[in-house]
Design a protein around this ligand. Structure first.
Ligand SMILES: [Zn+2]
Ligand SMILES: [Zn+2]
Length: 306
């Protein structure tokens, strides 16, 4: 498998002189396969515009474009690139868009299609030239054919969000964004008026079990691409519950799960290149990461697996 990062940022595109090195576009990954023409795109953040332009210039003369787009969830930073993805304006393009059904049970087609209304954008859904099929996903295993298996796993985010574990020719790429560690939602402080001993202990064990399930889901991945928007200090100082992970936790969890390479992504829009460089110095080598190859994903970066 060959993976390229077209966007690595979280929350909102953040272009400017401070983000040139790691990139300011929001998440979009391109995944290609050695013995197959299949193309998987994970998330449709603002980085998707560059991917689409590249596909048109490289591929379009060779024939129709077929792609499968796996959306982790439908927060704006993960879908706002779709209207600017040039292949959707070509009649020979065929897209399958997979994504989680939302908590309101609205259809993916309607959630995504909502962007294509005159209220937000000058082109309507029924004016798009491409043939688009929408597929609502739940947690489970999906056989895409050509030896490609995808396992979708619910993550911990304010909106239902899916991680994807993609297996091909014995190699594994796993995504886990947007997410944070599961935690006990009940009070554990006996002095708190809402404290309930039974709920507190059930909450503890539920969180522990879910975090263990997460470690099984990422186990033995050749490449894990994981949300790492905050440091532990930032997370504990008021970001808990926002749906993003502290770097220290994910590095430890990935090591416990024998992950071979860890790419940290969903960089905070306020984080400058020089600040990410400092984080990389602190977390990507030495005792914390051990011998697991750990790095902060950069726009334009390409990785070969297998
Ligand atoms: Zn996000
Ligand atoms: Zn999100």
């Amino acid at each position: 498998m060959k993976l390229k990062f077209w966007g690595v940022r979280g929350s909102i595109p953040s272009p400017g002189p401070e983000t040139v090195k790691y990139g300011g576009n929001t998440l979009c990954l391109e995944l290609r396969f050695h013995d197959s023409e299949r193309l998987i795109i994970i998330d449709a953040g603002s980085g998707m515009r560059g991917l689409g332009d590249n596909m048109i210039s490289q591929n379009h003369k060779n024939g129709p474009i077929n792609a499968e787009i796996f959306l982790t969830h439908t927060h704006l930073d993960h879908i706002l690139g779709l209207p600017f993805f040039a292949p959707i304006y070509y009649p020979r393009t065929k897209l399958k868009i997979y994504g989680p059904v939302t908590c309101e049970e609205a259809l993916l087609k309607d959630v995504i299609g909502g962007q294509f209304s005159y209220r937000y954008f000058p082109v309507r859904q029924n004016e798009l030239e491409a043939t688009i099929e929408y597929i609502d996903l739940k947690e489970g295993c999906y056989d895409l054919g050509d030896g490609i298996q995808v396992t979708a796993k619910y993550l911990n985010h304010p909106l239902l969000s899916l991680g994807y574990r993609i297996e091909y020719c014995g190699k594994i790429i796993c995504t886990a964004f947007d997410t944070e560690p599961f935690y006990n939602v009940f009070s554990t402080d006996p002095a708190d008026p809402s404290y309930d001993e039974l709920l507190a202990s059930e909450g503890e064990s539920a969180a522990r079990e879910e975090n263990q399930r997460m470690e099984e889901y990422i186990r033995d991945a050749d490449l894990l691409i994981h949300d790492g928007q905050y440091t532990m200090e930032e997370y504990e100082r008021g970001k808990k519950g926002w749906g993003h992970s502290p770097i220290e936790y994910i590095v430890e969890a990935a090591r416990r799960a024998s992950v071979k390479r860890l790419a940290i992504c969903h960089h905070d829009p306020l984080r400058s290149d020089s600040q990410i460089d400092v984080l990389a110095e602190n977390y990507c080598s030495g005792e914390i990461a051990g011998d697991m190859e750990t790095f902060f994903a950069r726009e334009g970066m390409q990785i070969e697996i297998g």
